[in-house]
Design a protein around this ligand. Structure first.
Ligand SMILES: *[C@@H]1O[C@H](CO)[C@@H](O)[C@H](O)[C@H]1NC(C)=O
Length: 219
């Protein structure tokens, strides 16, 4: 009799598939659960801004991310507060800047300036009145350089302590923390060139991310 043989075979296959489906679902859920818990344990809950190591009392915790290609906006966190992000709806393509009272971490103002189709004078009008000693956090998104003129590059270099503002070019990524009027170069800066040979995305370099502790201003 051939029919029961075929039926047997079909039933076996169905049973095996069901077991396999169950097993793969069970194990992958379990695995995700473990990975997820691990991330929370080691990072996001314990420290402000989700940074790996806590900061001392004289420092602010910070995390700053550039945009990723033209798809994901930048994000700026200081002392446990997201200051600029897509969710806050206060970021844009070009250069994003937050000015902060370095004594108490209060946000004084934030702005974003389109450096591809915008007007660099809007950026200059925004930054020029800010007084000495105020902290600045800067993050690029998509294209930060086309409209940057000498005056704006000089502001970032001479006034905010940037090493890279003079070299910034089309679709480079750049993040910076500086203090208005600082005499030294900022140790809190990263830059990556848009280079077809090394780009992570087609047309853009990898996003930048920097986290750590930045000293509060001591009166
Ligand atoms: C910054 O905060 C300190 C302490 O709260 C305050 O004394 C100072 O006036 C503030 N500076 C600015 C520019 O808001």
């Amino acid at each position: 009799m051939r029919l029961p043989g075929i039926l047997n075979f079909v039933i076996s296959v169905i049973t095996l598939s069901a077991i396999w489906l169950f097993a793969s679902k069970y194990f992958s859920t379990n695995l995700h659960g473990r990975i997820f818990r691990g991330v929370i344990d080691s990072k996001s809950i314990k420290n402000k801004c989700g940074i790996a190591k806590p900061c001392g009392e004289k420092d602010f915790a910070f995390r700053i991310m550039s945009g990723a290609a033209s798809a994901v906006g930048p994000s700026i966190c200081l002392d446990g507060k997201i200051i600029m992000s897509s969710v806050k709806n206060n970021i844009g393509k070009g250069i994003n800047i937050a000015f902060i009272n370095g004594t108490n971490g209060e946000v004084l103002k934030t702005g974003f300036f389109d450096m591809y189709a915008g007007d660099v004078n809007e950026l200059l009008d925004f930054v020029k009145p800010v007084q000495t000693g105020i902290m600045a956090m800067v993050a690029s998104y998509d294209e930060p350089a086309s409209k940057l003129n000498d005056e704006a590059r000089k502001y970032f270099t001479d006034t905010l302590g940037s090493n890279y503002a003079n070299m910034l070019q089309f679709r480079d990524n750049w993040i910076l923390i500086g203090v208005v009027g600082m005499k030294n170069k900022s140790p809190f800066e990263q830059h990556i060139k848009n280079d077809g040979k090394t780009n992570k995305y087609e047309g853009w370099p990898e996003m930048l991310e920097m986290e750590g502790c930045v000293p509060r201003k001591m009166e």
